[in-house]
Design a binder for this molecule. Structure first.
Ligand SMILES: Nc1nc2c(c(=O)[nH]1)N[C@H]1C(S)=C(S)[C@@H](COP(=O)(O)O)O[C@H]1N2
Ligand SMILES: [Mo]
Length: 201
């Protein structure tokens, strides 16, 4: 789309949704697929989700164990750093907060590296992962995630740009210091608040 057309549409969207649409964003009806590299092959029979690092007690879940955890459905908006936003996404899964309670992070743990199958990583502060609206989701709008959107499980961090919402997640590593994940190493912002337009650093 030509830049002037994009800018005009962004302006129109802001006139309609200003309080809900962060600066520089434009609404999309569809759902773009964005990732670095290809979709990793995952087998639910051997799938495992792990919480390790600076914790009192590591935790590992098989797929069946994960589905047996208390499940929640939460509605939130997506804001991608590439300027599209998508409102009203119903995500079903497990609150990260509930899992973190089980492992009891050590007092020094302030940051988390999110790891995905295929090697993608992204960093999020522990405090922000504990927000009410942060989910490890396996359904979107009542349907299992499709492979391209992160099947079987993805992180959803609604208050941050969508690159923090890692697809195909396999675990969280609790750390004391802040380290950059994949895109953060290539210049994306360490934090990524869409309302402050923390796109690049
Ligand atoms: N594992 C993994 N997760 C990822 C990415 C990736 O390359 N690998 N890309 C991120 C980026 S940059 C975006 S914008 C969103 C896109 O999610 P979607 O394809 O479901 O729209 O996934 C994020 N999660
Ligand atoms: Mo992105």
């Amino acid at each position: 789309m030509a830049l002037d057309l994009f800018n005009r549409r962004a302006k129109e969207d802001h006139a309609r949704f200003g309080d809900r649409l962060p600066p520089g964003q434009k609404l999309t009806d569809g759902w773009p697929v964005l990732q670095y590299g290809s979709i990793p092959g995952i087998d639910l029979a051997t799938w495992k989700f792990s919480l390790v690092g600076l914790v009192d007690e590591e935790a590992h879940f098989t797929w069946e164990e994960f589905l047996a955890l208390p499940q929640t459905t939460l509605r939130s908006d997506i804001h991608c750093v590439t300027h599209w936003s998508k409102f009203d996404n119903d995500w079903t899964g497990v609150r990260v907060r509930d899992l973190v309670e089980r492992v009891r992070p050590k007092p020094a743990a302030r940051h988390v590296m999110v790891h995905s199958f295929g090697g993608y990583t992204t960093n999020v502060s522990l405090a922000e992962l504990l927000d009410d609206d942060v989910l490890l989701a396996h359904q979107h709008n009542g349907q299992p995630l499709t492979k391209e959107h992160g099947w079987p499980l993805r992180l959803v961090v609604p208050k941050l740009y969508f690159w923090k919402s890692a697809k195909w997640v396999r675990g969280l590593v609790f750390m004391d210091d802040e380290q950059p994940g994949f895109w953060e190493m290539y210049g994306y912002h360490m934090h990524g608040d869409p309302w402050a337009e923390e796109r690049y650093s």
